[in-house]
Design a protein around this ligand. Structure first.
Ligand code: SF4
Ligand code: SF4
Ligand code: SF4
Length: 248
């Protein structure tokens, strides 16, 4: 039987999610033994143009990105957003809230006119996305689980409950209840990371995106109760979810 052809593509990002795939270890050999990887810049210089499954990392940040991601969509049967940049626009969206001329000047200096850039967007702003592997960077176990499901012809499972659920299951003391409380986006953020950040005393900053129907009003009440300024609330949201309400 012919193995499914799989390709990885990167757009605007740090490529940390592809590195995470490469760092999976022996399990990746089992997984990649069941597929034919035809495009994976970080692992091979071979570039196949024929593939069924495309993992797309990074956000869309130029008109050339739009052209290229559409071309990938036209070839692939299944497109998967790999990581927060592809899923949500990720940290790249922070720049959307600044003056674009200043941003371009600070990045490209007097060569800005040579570079094409648009506001950063998640890939589903441009193409239909079949599945998402959230987080910044992605979780190795989740990647293996999603690929295994796809190979079995099953719909990959991604939790739709909040990080707080996992945090409670780990019996963590809530960061809001610490002697020096820390504001946390766990109540509105999609679980699946095992409450990675609160478990080590850091706030959840929402890198897995929001749960369906998040109660943002209630979260803002809590933020205010704990003295988080409006400016800091905006910073919190913009870290990964600056486009919420615009894209999922
Ligand atoms: S989601 Fe995070 S780790 Fe992955 S490419 Fe974007 S910035 Fe890098
Ligand atoms: S620390 Fe954050 S994730 Fe954990 S229970 Fe409190 S609000 Fe929820
Ligand atoms: S706790 Fe929040 S910010 Fe940390 S990995 Fe999980 S979803 Fe991302």
């Amino acid at each position: 039987m012919q193995k499914p052809k799989v390709a990885f593509f990167e757009f605007t990002c740090c490529e940390g999610c592809q590195l995470t795939v490469l760092s999976i270890g022996e399990k990746i050999l089992d997984l990649f033994g069941s597929v034919d990887v035809v495009n994976f810049r970080e692992a091979s210089s071979y570039k196949g143009q024929d593939y069924e499954i495309a993992f797309i990392e990074g956000s869309i940040a130029s008109s050339e990105d739009i052209r290229r991601v559409r071309e990938i969509r036209s070839k692939a049967k299944i497109c998967i957003a790999l990581g927060a940049c592809a899923h949500l626009g990720g940290v790249n969206v922070i720049r959307n809230f600044h003056n674009q001329a200043n941003v371009r000047k600070s990045v490209y200096g007097d060569k800005a006119w040579l570079f094409d850039s648009i506001l950063a967007q998640p890939i589903d702003a441009v193409i239909k996305v079949d599945y998402v592997i959230p987080e910044c960077p992605i979780d190795k176990k989740e990647f293996v689980r999603v690929v295994s499901s796809l190979l079995l012809g099953k719909k990959p499972f991604v939790p739709d409950y909040p990080v707080c659920t996992e945090c409670k299951m780990k019996t963590n003391v809530c960061l809001y209840h610490k002697k020096n409380p820390i504001a946390c986006m766990g109540p509105v953020t999609r679980a699946g990371c095992g409450a990675a950040c609160p478990s080590v005393g850091n706030a959840c900053e929402g890198c897995r995106g929001l749960i369906p129907d998040p109660n943002l009003g209630a979260l803002e009440e809590v933020f205010k109760e704990y003295g988080v300024s409006t400016e800091d609330i905006m910073r919190f949201y913009r870290m990964y979810n600056g486009l919420m309400g615009v894209h999922k």
